[in-house]
Write a new protein. Structure first.
Length: 254
């Protein structure tokens, strides 16, 4: 069931989203060559502590997971698409890092992700990240009252496919509210004019995931969480929590 949020609830979700935005900005600033993923996780934890927020990631265990998630960020390096577990890996020159973070503040959740390069960037990585960000912007632009979920999915998928990138099937965005994951699902590819109508008060996480080689294949790493590209190519993942309003889409994690 899709819960429609009141304007006051959306304001409260915006406050949670701003905590997420600050955490991601702090992680990005700290992500230098030689810094470990565990150290980046601690940076995000400190931002959450200072804000009086908790993490919806820490201890999260959906049905597919063999163990609860042990961190407050997902840190996915190079061929990792999403759900990377922070560990002692130290960032290297030229790495592509995708960081996903959530926060719960006063009972409301926010969820967002960024991708960026560390050290000297590869031109092909910059193009991949730029395309992911353009796909996210297209999805947000389609998130208007009167459209449907399929319009968001089509907008995201069209940007990705036109640029020649792959899209891992079965993974995409979702509703956000009191919980990080709520109905409805928001695919990254679909047919326009199909799916649930968008109404004022819906809050969605829109999150393109792109595979650099153009292939769609992926596999689950032995940790039971990390998804990696099937051919070892690099991936990018970006995300915003967005409210559907009569005045247009409102980015809550900006």
């Amino acid at each position: 069931m899709v819960e429609l949020k009141t304007d006051l609830s959306i304001d409260a979700m915006h406050a949670a989203g701003q905590v997420v935005g600050r955490a991601l900005a702090a992680v990005r600033e700290a992500a230098h060559v030689g810094v470990s993923l565990l150290e980046l996780d601690e940076v995000a934890r400190e931002v959450l502590r200072e804000a009086g927020a908790t993490s919806p990631f820490l201890g999260y265990r959906p049905s597919f997971a063999p163990t609860p998630f042990p961190a407050v960020i997902c840190a996915s390096v190079n061929d990792a698409i999403v759900h990377g577990i922070p560990d002692g890996y130290r960032l290297r020159d030229g790495d592509l890092l995708s960081v996903d973070c959530g926060a719960v503040l006063d009972g409301w959740a926010g969820d967002s992700a960024v991708s960026f390069t560390v050290g000297r960037p590869r031109p092909e990585d910059l193009r991949l990240i730029d395309t992911a960000e353009r796909a996210l912007a297209a999805g947000i632009a389609a998130a208007v009252v009167g459209n449907r979920i399929g319009d968001i999915a089509h907008a995201v998928g069209r940007v990705c496919r036109t640029a020649g990138y792959g899209i891992p099937s079965g993974f995409g965005g979702h509703g956000v509210g009191r919980r990080m994951h709520e109905d409805p699902e928001v695919p990254n590819e679909g047919r326009p004019g199909r799916g649930l109508p968008l109404r004022h008060g819906m809050v969605l996480a829109i999150e393109p995931m792109l595979i650099g080689s153009g292939a769609d294949g992926y596999y689950e790493a032995p940790d039971g969480w990390t998804l990696r590209t099937g051919d070892g190519s690099r991936a990018a993942h970006v995300e915003h929590t967005v409210a559907i309003t009569e005045a247009g889409p409102r980015i809550l994690t900006g």
